[in-house]
Design a binder for this molecule. Structure first.
Ligand SMILES: C[S@@+](CC[C@H](N)C(=O)[O-])C[C@H]1O[C@@H](n2cnc3c(N)ncnc32)[C@H](O)[C@@H]1O
Length: 263
């Protein structure tokens, strides 16, 4: 991953920035990765095409998440998800771009008797890796091939929560809005929520653990880490509002809870 994708992309950085007048790239189809790897594919397009690289990336994100505090340990799941859950309304949890499923496994391990379906969505190559994992996926978790740039199928609408870890920093602003709009359209007013497990940078003096990803995100994905006000503006722009932000320490990913406003 590092040698085949990140280093060649980073090596192209000075030349690319000089050619684009040192502007922050926002187009994930004409960014640094296309320049550095001489490809017309996006980062995830490269990983879907090259299964070995894709599998290495999925292992990397799994190990990365294992080193971080898990949302299930600092978000009040009983109070905010399980209380009021109605399995006939829709799934309990849909993990969008869930990768090798660490988070939904962690949720299931902590709440094995929770009512409702647990859905793990990702691209085809990742899902084929998920179903072959050892230890195997718990039977309660349903792996589904689903492109997050498309609407949620009817079957997975009106979920109690749509969860996303390390996803929205992978996409530039316009794609984030498109992704969130599909989820907003799937939500049930007064019931569904979106849980975003990501860094929420302070306006100043952000810790290095949070800012160290900024260059990587810009280079590989033409995207960025975001401050609280940037998250708030993006969610408002697609008709969602932040209910609360839960954090366990200032250097780790927070959990942003967002819903449809009552109006
Ligand atoms: C940074 S990883 C995060 C994985 C997982 N949420 C975690 O934190 O371990 C991004 C995930 O998004 C998935 N992904 C990328 N593009 C996608 C798309 N268009 N539709 C669905 N999933 C996508 C990737 O396959 C990958 O599993």
């Amino acid at each position: 991953m590092c040698f085949e994708a990140m280093i060649p992309t980073s090596q192209g950085l000075p030349e690319f920035l000089a050619q684009t007048d040192y502007q922050v790239p926002h187009d994930d189809q004409k960014g640094l990765i296309q320049y550095g790897l001489r490809t017309d594919k996006s980062f995830f397009g490269v990983l879907q095409e090259n299964q070995r690289l894709g599998a290495a990336f999925n292992r990397f994100t799994t190990v990365y998440a294992q080193q971080r505090p898990r949302w299930v340990d600092f978000y009040p799941c009983e109070e905010r998800l399980l209380y009021g859950m109605n399995a006939s309304t829709g799934p309990l949890l849909v993990d969008v771009g869930g990768g090798l499923s660490g988070e939904i496994r962690a949720f299931h391990t902590k709440y094995p008797m929770a009512p409702g379906r647990l859905i793990l969505e990702d691209l085809p190559n990742t899902i084929s890796q998920v179903v072959a994992t050892d230890p195997p996926l718990p039977a309660a978790v349903e792996p589904v091939e689903q492109d997050l740039l498309t609407p949620q199928p009817l079957e997975y609408q009106h979920a109690r929560a749509y969860f996303r870890l390390l996803i929205l920093h992978d996409w530039p602003e316009d794609k984030c809005r498109a992704i969130l709009s599909h989820l907003r359209n799937a939500m049930k007013l007064g019931y569904s929520e979106i849980l975003i497990n990501k860094n929420v940078l302070p306006g100043t003096a952000a810790p290095w653990q949070q800012t160290s990803l900024v260059w990587t995100m810009m280079a590989m994905l033409a995207s960025q880490e975001r401050t609280r006000s940037q998250w708030s503006q993006m969610l408002m722009a697609v008709g969602l509002k932040i209910v609360d932000i839960y954090s366990i320490d200032p250097t780790s990913e927070s959990l942003i809870e967002a819903t449809l406003p009552d109006k």
